[in-house]
Design a protein around this ligand. Structure first.
Ligand SMILES: *Cc1c(COP(=O)(O)O)cnc(C)c1O
Length: 398
């Protein structure tokens, strides 16, 4: 396997070390399902270390199938160690549980994935761990928030609803200068548009539910590190909490990884085409897509990224009523109403921005004044999606 030449990521996701049993060769690996793993004798049982990846202990600690997926996700993110969890949110929770203790504080960007904030507000808080929000577009202000109790800073680039893109590398420099660990939710960048370790991030988490799965049919999360000691700390908490994944789910993601760069590129193209088209419409006050000039943090997107996910939001002008916006969303036929993204089917969700920020933060975010609607591009023909948007806009807004 080491005969493989240096390759592009899209090649690496297909040609990865995997040894089929002697006498059998196929591109896809097997699905191993096990709770019990058999040891040949008591000496093997006693000498086995669950943390190592050169042998097996118990289904919860991994099988050849889950180890293969761990290796590929580490490759995808440009890291060296990977843990797999039963959802993206479980991956967020693992990082908090492993690294924070009573009296500690975690800083979250104001545009953080909503359930991550709810985890801090309802679960971390019960364990005596506090959180505060920082403005992701104000890198200098972050330094002022860090105190001796600050042990972890989450980053998102961009926020997956309001789409502001921060100076990720600058935020990482501030955190590192103060000795605080950084964790990036890289679900949007997916290791394709954005690689966190290249920008000084310590931990890169991803909801594999989105791009790596690509099918809208599996929930999974990953936590990737380059540092062995940090990985071990996370791995102990995973072991103690029993957050494991199933072989069949791992196989679904392994199968989809080979097409991920193609799907990402197609959804990027479709997203930019429709975002640009919507920017011309009179109903639309703002298009929030980091690859579009004028979107908050666009210059930072240019500095950090080579591509963009097929995900963007529009803000419908405040002169229209909430009922008209609902009628627009309900009038869409190809865009279906539902959470999550990066599957084959295009999705739409209206969001109430007033409930997503406090008044002071809203005042600093003029692009959020109006009715926000988020689109996730699937793999349908772009002309069909554009026609769908056009008919629903005309029906709702006249
Ligand atoms: C979906 C998502 C998650 C959580 O993933 P689940 O597998 O749905 O729990 C976390 N962060 C972001 C940015 C997401 O979009």
């Amino acid at each position: 396997m080491s005969l493989k030449p240096a390759c592009d990521l899209s090649t690496d996701l297909i040609h990865h070390p995997y040894q089929p049993p002697a006498g059998f060769e196929a591109p896809q690996g097997p699905v191993h399902k096990a709770s019990t793993v058999i040891f040949k004798d008591t000496a093997a049982l006693r000498s086995r270390d669950w943390k190592r990846r050169d042998g097996y202990t118990y289904g919860l600690h991994g099988t050849p199938t889950t180890f293969a997926l761990e290796a590929r996700i580490a490759t995808l993110e440009g890291g060296s160690h990977c843990l797999l969890l039963p959802s993206g949110l479980a991956a967020v929770a693992l990082v908090g549980m492993a690294l924070l203790s009573a009296g500690d504080e975690v800083l979250l960007p104001a545009n953080v994935y909503g359930p991550s904030r709810e985890f801090a507000r309802h679960e971390l808080a019960r364990w005596g761990i506090t959180h505060r929000l920082y403005d992701p577009l104000d890198t200098a202000a972050l330094a002022g928030l860090i105190g001796p109790q600050t042990k972890l800073i989450w980053l998102e680039a961009p926020g997956s609803v309001t789409m502001e893109f921060p100076d990720l590398a600058g935020l990482a420099v501030v955190a590192r200068g103060r000795g605080v660990i950084t964790a990036l939710d890289n679900t949007w960048g997916a290791g394709i548009a954005l690689r966190g370790f290249d920008h000084g991030i310590d931990i890169v988490m991803q909801a594999l539910t989105k791009y790596p799965s690509g099918g809208g049919d599996v929930l999974m999360g990953s936590v990737v590190t380059r540092d062995a000691a940090l990985h071990e700390k996370l791995a102990f908490t995973q072991m103690h909490t029993g957050f494991g994944i199933a072989g069949n789910d791992a196989e679904l993601v392994l199968r989809s990884l080979a097409t991920m760069p193609l799907r990402y590129a197609a959804q990027d193209r479709a997203g930019r085409a429709l975002a640009q088209w919507l920017a011309q419409r009179s109903e639309v006050a703002a298009v929030l897509h980091p690859a579009l000039a004028g979107s908050p943090g666009h210059a930072q997107w240019q500095r950090h990224c080579s591509a963009a996910a097929g995900l963007f939001s529009i803000v419908i002008d405040a002169r229209h009523s909430a009922a008209q916006v609902d009628a627009f969303v309900d009038g869409l036929r190809l865009f279906r109403i539902g959470y999550s993204w990066a599957g084959p089917q295009s999705l739409v969700v209206p969001y109430d921005t007033a409930s997503m920020r406090d008044a002071a933060a809203l005042a600093k975010s003029p692009w959020l004044q109006g009715h926000l609607v988020r689109f996730s591009l699937g793999l349908e023909a772009v002309e069909d999606l554009q026609a769908d948007l056009a008919q629903a806009l005309s029906a709702a807004f006249g």
